[in-house]
Design a binder for this molecule. Structure first.
Ligand SMILES: Nc1nc2c(ncn2[C@@H]2O[C@H](COP(=O)(O)OP(=O)(O)OP(=O)(O)O)[C@@H](O)[C@H]2O)c(=O)[nH]1
Length: 369
């Protein structure tokens, strides 16, 4: 079974985390989101009154989202509850409290041994209008930004173009190289940057009462909602790559290492076909965050690579050319060492025996955060 990605939404008090979260909840299509917050205060939960309590401090939101309020020590227990297959959750978003050290949260998630969930990257929300003031008052901001995988520069409505350019340059210097910075007005980022948006039709036939409520709600605001989603989407382009030929792992990792900052997200699966590593390698990249997860192929499923690359200002044909040059006509000649670069990004290698270096292959060292 695939594990559920857990995305951390961090940022200082008032930067707009809850606004981003509400936007994601309102534009998630048929995707089921599990939400972890410190308090329910400002989450827009119009269905809360009808949805009722699931138990403990967990509530069910309209549309099948589950929400729970936790302090750090309870996190693992709540992730386990959210990951229970009965909830059919696709992605979990944790809103890290404005005062929390996001590194702590990331450390806990990376160290988490529950196979049902996996760390899915950290998104840092920045208040554009308070950028300098926040850094002055909270010098730790710089440290937090250094571990972000994707930055949302929120409240762009409150600054002019020159100020935005200045802040973007400052962010480029503070963040790790190549971290994408996505501008947003009232948290309106494309949900596809963080998770796959399933169409309603995919969940039809297994809808719960809450799903029906949310669907009715969506239809009420049909045009606004759709126009709005289209508008949000319009700022990004997506490039699709399919290859029946295997990809050379070294060349593919080189391609990923030099991927442009405008390439916000990569999803899909890769066929390397190297002896001992013939599985389907699911890839998940959010900003600079990158993970591979090996899975067996389905019965009769063709061995192929299928990728979707979502970005802004990216050169689609150039990306396709680069990916085409990663093709490997004779993957069976590949050595186990050629997979090392990929295995560094695998949390739970399928075959521990073939680990090049167990410490490395186990993913990032939590102490790095
Ligand atoms: N002008 C403007 N206001 C915004 C924007 N995004 C959020 N706000 C407002 O900023 C305030 C704080 O937003 P929240 O989403 O609550 O921020 P938060 O990071 O969740 O805050 P804490 O939970 O206190 O850490 C609210 O009054 C929002 O309406 C934006 O893009 N532009």
């Amino acid at each position: 079974m695939n594990s559920i990605p857990v995305v951390v939404l961090a940022g200082f008090l008032g930067s707009g985390k809850t606004t981003v979260l509400n936007h994601l909840l309102g534009n998630r299509g048929g995707t089921r989101i599990g939400v972890v917050v410190n308090d329910f205060g400002s989450i827009e939960v119009d269905a809360m009154a009808v949805a009722g309590q699931v138990g403990d401090s967990m509530v069910s939101l309209g549309g099948g989202c589950l929400c729970c309020a936790v302090d750090g020590s309870e996190l693992d227990a709540y992730l386990e509850k959210l990951a229970d297959p009965v909830h059919r959750i696709d992605v979990i978003v944790i809103e890290a409290s404005g005062l929390a050290e996001p590194q702590e949260m990331v450390r806990m998630l990376v160290a988490n041994e529950n196979p049902a969930v996996r760390y899915g990257g950290m998104v840092h929300v920045v208040d554009a209008a308070e950028f300098d003031a926040t850094r002055t008052r909270h010098p730790e901001t710089d440290r937090h930004l250094a571990v972000a995988d994707l930055v949302v520069l929120n409240k762009t409505d409150r600054i002019d173009a020159a100020e935005r350019t200045r802040i973007e340059a400052a962010l480029a210097a503070l963040c790790a190289p190549g971290i994408p910075v996505v501008g947003a007005d009232h948290g309106r980022i494309d949900p596809e940057l963080l998770f796959d948006r399933r169409p309603w039709t995919e969940t039809r036939g297994q809808l719960s009462f809450e799903d029906l409520l949310a669907q009715a709600h969506d239809h009420d605001g049909d045009h606004d909602g759709d126009d709005h989603a289209d508008h949000v989407h319009a700022a990004y382009e997506s490039t699709e790559f399919v290859s029946d030929q295997a990809l050379g792992p070294r060349r593919f990792i080189e391609f990923l290492d030099r991927r442009p900052a405008g390439l916000y997200r990569i999803k899909g699966s890769v066929y390397f076909g190297v002896p001992g590593h013939e599985e389907r390698y699911e890839i998940h990249a959010v900003g600079r965050f990158l993970r591979f997860a090996p899975h067996p192929w389905g019965r009769g499923e063709s061995r192929r690579t299928q990728l979707v690359l979502i970005g802004s200002g990216t050169d689609g044909p150039a990306l396709l050319r680069e990916l085409e040059s990663c093709r490997e006509p004779e993957p069976w000649r590949g050595t186990p060492e050629s997979m090392w670069g990929v295995l560094r990004y695998v949390d739970r290698p399928a075959e521990p025996a073939s680990d090049p270096d167990p410490a490395e292959a186990a993913g990032p060292d939590p102490d790095d955060f």
